[in-house]
Design a protein around this ligand. Structure first.
Ligand code: SF4
Length: 412
């Protein structure tokens, strides 16, 4: 992030020396954590440069991929910054027909366009962030065990569900593979408080044993800020359960309308190191809400349980059918936990945008593919028809291949 920021400022200085001011800043990255830190750093630097450095900011997560994962990654990166008050224009980049990007971007921006800014409070206590906004470090809670699952400290971030949803899924939990619920909210002993309630906070901070704590439902507080306040006020030894909403819906919800705020609220907090467990209730379908919870953890880089894909959105330079190929690669490699694969349309910008992918599948010439290990090209001009097989060979050669398990029978 620091390098991205310095480089942007260097170009801005050249433009300003030539009295050119008609530009916007953009600090896109494919990793939401990196992207959030880079934009925050940039805004801090622009503030420090002076009032006449208030250029507009364009937000985007590059190579976010497709489907649910692409939307979640975009919502974490773009949504977190919009919630921080940063950003004037946005672009959602999906490896899908460009027309699908627009409704996602509109839904993402809508709550912020409709927001009425609160009047500045005077005389109230200034909260200092409990985290470093410019570099990631997980909040140092103490570990505890709930329903046989360890959480807190450096332990795995756990996935909660409600008793009602657990009951609805009970007959198929054994077959849910990587999307199983782990802890029942009502049986967890979690303490729910209003983070502004001083008596409740000091009661909790008086406890010596580590306790799981969350923000209570029904408060008229914006979710991200409510949990930031909780993390600020509650002693760090107490682990935090993150919720996607404080006002869970009673009836059915539109999946995109549930996905975007869930990814933004939970993802933003996880990227700031806050959160030891998560509960998604904005999506009312029990299985789908669990899949969403796990996918948010994966996109935030918090709990890697499947293959991670970086795929460019395609453009005039793309040298093969990117959507079709990405789906083919997903189908062949989707069981490789923790392996990061980049699918990029051209060698002009592709290799530079692959971030920290383990393997790259990049268009080298029309219908010819180059394969990469990290940032190094190792196979050249492979005919497209056999390139996915050669990619699998390469993954095998580097000891990252395992055979796919038998497909789970339960639907999620
Ligand atoms: S084809 Fe190349 S230039 Fe176009 S979006 Fe993909 S990586 Fe970027």
């Amino acid at each position: 992030p620091l390098g991205m920021c310095e480089s942007a400022l260097e170009f801005a200085r050249i433009a300003r020396e030539n009295d050119y001011h008609n530009f916007v800043f953009s600090m896109k990255a494919s990793n939401p954590k990196v992207m959030i830190e880079a934009y925050r750093l940039l805004v801090a630097r622009l503030d420090a440069e002076g009032e006449d450095w208030n250029y507009p900011i364009h937000l985007g997560v590059t190579e976010a991929g497709d489907g649910e994962d692409g939307r979640i990654k975009s919502a974490i990166g773009i949504g977190s910054l919009l919630a921080d008050g940063i950003g004037d224009t946005i672009r959602v980049s999906l490896t899908e027909d460009a027309i699908h990007e627009v409704p996602v971007a509109q839904a993402m921006a809508r709550p912020f366009n409709e927001l009425v800014p609160a009047p500045a409070e005077t005389g109230s206590e200034q909260l200092v962030a409990s985290y470093d906004p410019f570099s990631y470090e997980r909040r140092a809670s103490l570990p505890l065990t709930i329903m046989g699952h360890e959480l807190g400290g450096e332990k795995t971030v756990r996935v909660f569900t409600t008793q009602e949803r657990w009951n609805a899924l009970a007959h198929k939990i054994a077959g849910m593979g990587d999307f199983k619920p782990e802890i029942i909210f009502e049986k967890s002993g979690v303490v729910e408080i209003d983070p502004r309630d001083e008596a409740a906070v000091s009661g909790l901070n008086g406890r010596t044993e580590p306790t799981l704590v969350t923000v209570k439902d029904g408060l008229e507080l914006e979710v991200i800020h409510a949990f930031r306040e909780l993390a600020f006020r509650v002693d760090p030894r107490h682990a935090i359960l993150l919720k996607d909403t404080l006002l869970p819906p009673a009836g059915d919800t539109d999946f995109l309308e549930a996905l975007l705020p869930a990814a933004r609220n939970i993802g933003s907090l996880l990227c700031d190191g806050i959160g030891d467990a998560v509960l998604v209730r904005g999506e009312t379908a029990p299985g789908q809400s669990l899949r969403l919870a796990y996918n948010i953890l994966q996109a935030a880089g918090t709990r890697i349980f499947k293959t991670d894909y970086v795929a460019c959105p395609s453009c005039g330079r793309t040298l093969f059918n990117l959507q079709h190929t990405t789906q083919k690669i997903r189908a062949a490699t989707g069981h490789l936990k923790g392996v990061r694969i980049a699918v990029m349309g051209c060698i002009v910008n592709g290799p530079g945008e692959m971030a920290d992918a383990d393997f790259g599948y990049v268009g080298g010439a029309p219908n010819k593919i180059n394969l990469y290990v990290g940032k190094t090209a190792v196979k050249f001009n492979i005919p497209e028809a056999e390139a996915v097989e050669r990619l699998i060979d390469l993954i095998r050669e580097h000891g990252k291949w395992v055979d796919a398990p038998e497909p789970a029978t339960a639907e999620v």
